[in-house]
Design a protein around this ligand. Structure first.
Ligand code: ADP
Ligand code: MG
Ligand code: ZN
Length: 324
């Protein structure tokens, strides 16, 4: 059995779902009652009430959770965790998001502690520690998504896909936070592309302001294109503000190459040589870690196989990197 937090094998005589150290890291205790609900239906039934006045928006049903009196509980507000069961129409999204964020952390991006929680009927739900809480003081840190940071109003829910290009977001980050932060965002976009996260829209990019303007840790990253149709674009936003990058057309299949990501970076004001190195670095680390993490994950076998094939394809596209 692999640990529902770190995905590494649990050795030892007693059957267990987690390493003690992983529980400690995520929940601050090795001994706690992890029974959240009997079933997904029960959990979801308990949620709408809990979700009222919930300051965390988004599309998927979710609730706040806390450790109280030594056990996990859904709560109305101030929860230290967010729980997301898989949507009924998209089975195994929880397992997919957990595997993807675990890989993302391994590749070197900041990811809040996250894991899966097994309901009594065996169903797995995704849980992640909130990064917008000050653990010592319990106060809330102000976060802002890319739409807010760009000053675009959220009148229509489609605006998160159409109101700006990745180039515009990178330029805004470059001028507010500098090239190092913009480069990290570009690397996250490359990661998303490599794992088939085709939903990296303006509300899935957020910033913290204190003490400095910076990216939040990663959230809502999963191989969502495993659920999309082949005709859908592999990226949620347009890459460039005007037109498509020059290598794109020559791929002839609707996919982007490494050269296209380098062009995106340079158009947004990043240094070409650094961008090339970073794009290649993300690809190398994904290639190194993805097979084992996908295999160790809790996705069903056919999904693991499709995830694996997707990453292999995307690595091939990203390695289309015209020599400088
Ligand atoms: N770990 C977290 N800590 C703090 N805020 C979070 C965290 N994860 C998500 N959020 C906030 O909640 C919103 C919705 O969560 P998200 O995971 O994007 O769900 P959905 O799949 O519904 O879009 C995000 O846009 C972000 O503002
Ligand atoms: Mg989201
Ligand atoms: Zn573990």
């Amino acid at each position: 059995m692999n640990c529902l937090i770190c995905l590494k094998a649990i050795t030892g005589s007693k059957p267990s779902q987690y390493h003690g150290s992983c529980l400690d890291q995520m929940f601050g205790s090795r001994k706690l009652d992890l029974e959240l609900a009997e079933s997904r239906t029960d959990l979801v039934r308990a949620m709408p009430r809990q979700t009222q006045g919930f300051s965390i928006s988004g599309v998927q049903m979710k609730a706040q959770m806390a450790v109280q009196d030594g056990r996990l509980q859904l709560i109305d507000s101030g929860g230290e965790f967010i729980v997301k069961p898989s949507p009924e129409e998209y089975p195994f999204v929880a397992e997919n998001e957990h595997a993807t964020l675990t890989l993302m952390s391994k590749v070197g991006f900041p990811v809040p502690p996250c894991g899966l929680i097994k309901l009594k009927d065996g169903h797995l739900v995704f849980a992640i520690r909130r990064y917008d809480r000050d653990l010592d003081e319990g106060s809330k840190l102000h976060q802002e998504d890319a739409m807010q940071a760009l000053g675009v109003s959220n009148v229509d829910s489609s605006y998160k896909y159409t109101a700006a290009s990745y180039q515009t977001v990178l330029e805004m980050v470059n001028s507010n936070a500098g090239a190092a932060v913009a480069m990290e965002l570009l690397e996250r976009l490359v990661f998303s592309y490599l794992v088939g996260n085709d939903d990296h829209h303006l509300k899935n990019i957020s910033f913290l302001h204190e003490p400095l303007f910076r990216l939040t840790p990663a959230y809502d990253v999963l191989a969502s294109s495993l659920y999309s149709s082949k005709a859908d674009s592999p990226l949620a936003l347009k890459m460039l503000t005007a037109g498509e990058p020059s290598y794109y057309g020559t791929m002839g299949n609707g996919y982007y190459s490494g050269s296209d990501f380098v062009e995106l970076g340079t158009k947004a004001g990043l240094r070409e040589a650094t961008t090339r190195k970073r794009v290649a670095g993300v690809a190398n680390r994904v290639e190194k870690f993805a097979p084992d993490i996908v295999e160790a994950s809790f996705m069903p076998d056919d999904m693991k196989a499709r995830y694996h094939d997707l990453v292999v394809d995307r690595l091939r596209f990203i390695r289309e990197l015209e020599p400088a």
